[in-house]
Design a protein around this ligand. Structure first.
Ligand code: TXA
Ligand code: MG
Length: 352
């Protein structure tokens, strides 16, 4: 039922892209790679087509979708106005992993925006994604191509695991690269506000604006505040096993993690340890997986969701994960990890 086709991400075969574009034009649903994660795409202007996305993912109806465009000129038909600061951002970061929130035009169905008066738009930096949008001649609504609640897919195998049999086509374009989803930035207010941290960092944005806020609700672990980005309120990126993050100075992390691992092992639990290049050889018990290099946190972003899925395959009962510093791309990584952990974070540094 689901067609899987391999396409070369460096040099997409146009005949294959056209097959996928035909499906989109006819109201079908296609999973495709972007530079962040795989997306599950349908014609953004067709309510019935986009409804299929919600059904395939099991996604809550009030969680709005990002509309993907293939050219900046596609914006005008979708949004009421393009503020000056948006132009600056688009020039610098599009195509790329930055999603901007605009006031929407009537033509954008309420189904996509979860009833909001705004619409999220991004232009992906990926040849397959861009060609698919251009060949279909339509804006493409696409959330990440995972079952709702699971880690986002960073290769086609993850998409097949979650959605095979539920959608029309899966494009296999290899690994995605960035590994965490785009930064979502609200520019409809006076002070640009990050609704979801991503590859485009706070530091990057502060090079353009004197002040940038982060939606306080996304850092509030008590979950009493209502995030502006509806998707941030759901439990997300969750492996089957319980995940605990140990955060602080590396030496302290390793010490605490070891003592927890041996405690759980004595209780008869199968323990997974999410370690880094610098620490992986220090652990002598548990199933140790390396997520990346602390000196180069981009590698951690690229591997995070894959490693979470691997722990599920191994079938561990509990995952103990090393935290990293919350700066730069580290903010996006820790945001995803904390959501996967349901806020279960142990801080190990002694208060000074
Ligand atoms: O990198 C990405 O952004 C990937 C690839 C496929 O492009 N897409 C993605 O989509 O992550 P999704 O649906 O998994 O996440 C979209 C996020 C959700 O948190 C949603 O609540 C938020 O964007 N969002 C969408 N429209 C919004 C709006 N009008 N206002 C505020 N937040 C919005
Ligand atoms: Mg998602």
């Amino acid at each position: 039922k689901t067609q899987v086709i391999k396409i070369d991400k460096n040099n997409p075969e146009i005949d294959k892209i056209q097959l996928a574009a035909e499906i989109i034009k006819k109201g079908g649903v296609v999973a495709f790679p972007t530079e962040t994660v795989y997306g599950l795409g349908a014609n953004a202007l067709d309510e019935k087509a986009t409804q299929k996305i919600f059904i395939a993912k099991g996604r809550p109806q009030d969680n709005p979708l990002i509309v993907h465009i293939g050219d900046i000129s596609d914006l005008d038909s979708l949004v009421k106005e393009v503020p000056e600061n948006a132009k600056e951002l688009m020039k610098r970061f599009w195509p790329g992993p930055l999603t901007l929130i605009f006031k929407k035009r009537e033509i954008v169905p309420d189904r996509i925006t979860g009833g909001l008066s705004t619409v999220a738009i991004r232009m992906p930096n990926h040849k397959i994604a861009i060609e698919l949008i251009r060949q279909s001649g339509l804006p493409i609504a696409a959330p990440s191509a995972n079952t709702s609640g699971k880690p986002s897919p960073t290769n086609s195998h993850h998409v097949i695991e979650d959605l095979y049999g539920k959608i029309d086509m899966i494009i296999d374009g290899g690994d995605t690269g960035v590994g965490v989803e785009s930064t979502v930035l609200d520019i409809s207010t006076d002070i640009p506000t990050i609704l979801r941290p991503g590859f485009v960092t706070l530091e990057d944005l502060l090079e353009i604006f004197p002040r940038v806020d982060i939606d306080p609700a996304i850092q509030n672990l008590s979950e009493k505040m209502k995030p502006k980005s509806p998707g941030q309120k759901y439990r997300h990126y969750s492996p089957k096993a319980k995940l605990t993050i140990i955060q602080g100075e590396v030496g302290n992390i390793v010490e605490k993690l070891m003592s927890l691992a041996s405690k759980y092992k004595k209780q008869g639990l199968k323990v997974g340890i999410m370690a880094t290049k610098q620490t992986k050889n220090k652990y002598i018990i548990g199933n140790v997986l390396e997520v990346g290099d602390r000196e180069n946190p981009q590698t951690i972003a690229a591997n995070l969701f894959r490693v979470l899925r691997e722990f599920d395959k191994i079938g561990v009962d509990i995952i103990l994960a090393e935290g990293i510093e919350e700066k730069g791309i580290g903010r996006a990584i820790m945001n995803r990890m904390k959501k996967a952990a349901g806020g279960d974070v142990i801080l190990v540094d002694r208060k000074k």
